[in-house]
Design a protein around this ligand. Structure first.
Ligand code: SF4
Length: 284
């Protein structure tokens, strides 16, 4: 009998006790296990991380992985995908990494619809460097670089992703693991650029356990193929700390040709992309 793969490593975990990253680690390990059980070869999966507390996740997973530099997870991931389109390429990085330094790469990856999954540990703070504000910190956030409170309103990364052309957009939290596993798996299996934004609790510099537990709810009866409705649902919460409820789930999902399909066919349309273009012509 073949021995089951052990996804753990011997690396000493340096996250703070109670950090939301533990839930993300356990969820992704469980999803990887399920992919292999479904006959996806472990050697055809690669994780790419950046720099930050969340990025350390690849130290704790026994899988092919690459540490890239801050803000550059996606260019590295895209290079891997184009060199070997068979690979399931999964990016894992924090909000500062992805929505700050990495924003231009995120927009282009979405616009290209390259078949990569980007999992964002969005704790809305730079944790590794001890608590500076990020693009998703709320107005008034008090940290190392904003002791009087941030004077800026946060960005809504899901809105930017929808406007940029991402074909799968979702949000989970580190407090709802079953949903998180479902979203990660669906994102990885989606053919095209997929974003999983995870509201990850940083217990040390921005403890939002109570706030998220009180305000999150799971989308029901939402049609993720409807662009207008997706934008409406995405705009229900703008990453500020108001009493607005926070929807979780898949906001948008559409099958459109991927970058590597165009790239590998050197501009020639495949039968599949012709079919999809026809559908798009009739829906946009
Ligand atoms: Fe987690 Fe925050 Fe500690 Fe970093 S600083 S390990 S994000 S709790």
């Amino acid at each position: 009998m073949m021995q089951e793969k052990n996804w753990g490593t011997n690396a000493i975990n340096t996250w703070c006790p109670g950090c939301g990253n533990f839930a993300i680690l356990n969820s992704i390990k469980s999803v990887l296990k399920s992919l292999v059980a479904d006959n996806i070869l472990a050697e055809n999966i690669v994780l790419v991380s950046g720099i930050g507390c969340g990025a350390k996740i690849v130290d704790y997973i026994n899988a092919n992985s690459v540490y890239s530099i801050h803000g550059r997870v996606l260019p590295v991931a895209e290079g891997i995908k184009l060199a070997n389109p068979q690979m399931k390429v999964i990016g894992l990085a924090g909000d500062g990494d992805t929505y700050g330094e990495g924003m231009e790469h995120l927009v282009f990856a979405a616009k290209r619809n390259i078949d990569i999954t980007m999992i964002v540990h969005n704790n809305r703070v730079y944790g590794l460097t001890t608590g500076q504000y990020t693009p998703t910190s709320p107005l008034g956030y008090k940290g190392r670089s904003t002791p009087q409170g941030s004077k800026e309103t946060p960005i809504n990364p899901l809105e930017i992703m929808l406007a940029s052309g991402a074909s799968f957009i979702s949000r989970g939290t580190s407090t709802t693991m079953e949903l998180l596993k479902k979203l990660m798996r669906e994102a990885i299996m989606h053919k095209g650029f997929a974003l999983v934004d995870i509201l990850q609790v940083c217990v040390t510099f921005f403890n939002m356990y109570e706030y998220y537990n009180k305000n999150v709810y799971e989308l029901a009866g939402h049609d993720p193929a409807d662009y207008g409705k997706a934008m409406q649902r995405i705009r229900e919460w703008n990453y500020s700390n108001t009493d607005a409820k926070i929807p979780l789930g898949v906001f948008y999902k559409k099958e459109i040709p991927t970058f590597e399909e165009y790239y590998l066919h050197l501009g020639k349309e495949t039968e599949r992309s012709q079919k999809i273009h026809k559908i798009l012509e009739n829906t946009i």
